[in-house]
Write a protein that binds this ligand. Structure first.
Ligand SMILES: [Zn+2]
Ligand SMILES: [Zn+2]
Length: 436
């Protein structure tokens, strides 16, 4: 009941929320009228209301351009709140997502690991989702229903998202119900994980393998390998994705598993505390996210794109994904803004712009030289860079050819971007866009 004793404080009128605003009644008055009601009705589910509009902060928003064929949706499908082992109310998760400019968020509580079960008992395991939906009312942020199925190795942890009811993925014998969180977890672990994953799939869920690299807790250097358990799920079409970045870790073994087994690569925060503490967005940091190439801005389109594997993971300063998706995103982000030809010195000056939040680091692989430069060019986020090149083919046709050093299409493999320029003797320049 601690929330009932907290004096409600409105710094700003929440917009478009009929539960908070009554015509003619100032908010403070409405709140004062509601407070005694809350105190005398202990059985009433207390809604925590709509998340306040965040202060405008363009720099914090995670921004990537749409590709030619798809919208680029920014999503985090793995977070926690007090309804499992997180330490904030779902409304705070929603407020963070609004500040980060996410398109979609899932709060994925551990069904079985419930350390706050004495303080926050909630037999309905859909409560965190319901609170997040209430907090996101009136905002464009999509709240995806999800949960984390939690077992010891080899099954480990798996998220199921786009679910209808989390409760059917948990089975604990009534006699095993206990206030002790560890005993409860042990009891809940007895139900075979195959059954929980089946229950998720029966609801049409997208299921992914979380932090697969935690296979040997005693040996963090142990390689991440495919297990018989996960192979069986993949073969029966019940496991669809795999985290390749979670929190502060990127795992190239997990990325290789995604490529080898046709799993959708995901990047997630798995945040338990505060995004601001873990990623310091005010200092330029960001949570790991999955950029999903979706046909439209809807949960159905997001789900379709995840099943189709159209994702790019943005982790720290690196973009990671399958080649066609990553290259289409890079091509959408990069643009040749200007080309000038200096016939006297036979130099071509090229200005390139970047419409994304990621810096884009290019290494020259073309058959031309870049006088006075190392051949590495960094195009800053939402900024431009200029370089000069000299080629015997000029005037004529020259093909820009760059490796993108902070992008990965496989472990240790960078994508290549090419772009053809036709430079005429008179100084006229023709650009030919080359589709790879
Ligand atoms: Zn987990
Ligand atoms: Zn988790």
């Amino acid at each position: 009941m601690i929330h009932a004793f907290t004096r409600p404080r409105f710094t700003k009128a929440p917009t478009g929320d009929p539960a908070h605003t009554r015509p003619g009644a100032p908010l403070a008055t409405a709140a004062r009228r509601m407070l005694p009601l809350l105190l005398v009705l202990p059985g009433l589910a207390i809604a925590h209301g709509v998340a306040l509009d965040p202060p405008a902060d363009e720099d914090r928003l995670i921004r990537f351009p749409d590709t030619g064929d798809y919208l680029t949706l920014v999503v985090d499908l793995h977070t926690h709140s007090v309804f499992s082992d997180g330490h904030v109310w779902p409304r705070i998760r929603v407020g963070e997502a609004l500040r980060d400019g996410l398109d979609a968020l899932a709060i994925t509580e551990h069904l079985e690991w419930q350390p706050h079960r004495v303080d926050i008992p909630h037999p309905d395991r859909n409560r965190a989702h319901a609170e997040a939906v209430a907090a996101a009312a009136g905002h464009e942020l999509m709240i995806v229903a999800g949960t984390e199925i939690t077992r010891e190795q080899p099954a480990g942890h798996m998220n199921a998202v786009f679910i209808e009811d989390a409760n059917v993925m948990l089975k604990v014998a009534p006699e095993a119900e206990t206030d002790d969180a560890e005993d409860y977890y042990i009891a809940a672990n007895r139900w075979p994980p195959e059954r929980a994953v089946q229950a998720a799939n029966d609801q049409g869920a997208f299921v992914f393998w979380n932090h697969a690299w935690w296979q040997s807790p005693d040996n963090p250097a142990a390689p991440t390998v495919m297990t018989d358990f996960h192979r069986g799920l993949i073969e029966s079409g019940q496991l669809h994705g795999i985290e390749i970045a979670n929190g502060i870790a990127y795992a190239e073994d997990a990325f290789q598993l995604a490529l080898d087994h046709g799993l959708t690569p995901l990047g997630v925060s798995d945040v338990h505390e505060l995004i601001d503490w873990d990623y310091r967005p005010a200092a330029g940091g960001h949570r790991p996210v999955t950029l999903v190439l979706a046909a439209e801005r809807s949960q159905a389109a997001l789900r379709e794109a995840l099943f189709a594997g159209r994702t790019v993971v943005w982790f720290e300063e690196t973009l990671i994904g399958r080649e066609p998706h990553l290259v289409s995103l890079l091509r959408a982000a990069l643009d040749v803004d200007e080309v000038n030809y200096n016939a006297l010195h036979n130099l071509v000056y090229v200005t390139v712009s970047n419409a994304s939040d990621a810096p884009i680091r290019l290494r020259n692989r073309g058959g031309y030289s870049m006088p006075g430069q190392t051949g590495d060019v960094e195009v800053p986020p939402h900024g431009t860079a200029q370089f000069a090149l000299r080629s015997d083919a000029v005037p004529g046709e020259v093909e820009l050819d760059f490796e993108v050093l902070n992008a990965l299409i496989a472990p240790k493999v960078h994508p290549r971007l090419t772009h053809k320029l036709r430079i005429e003797a008179a100084g006229g320049v023709d650009q030919v866009d080359l589709a790879r």
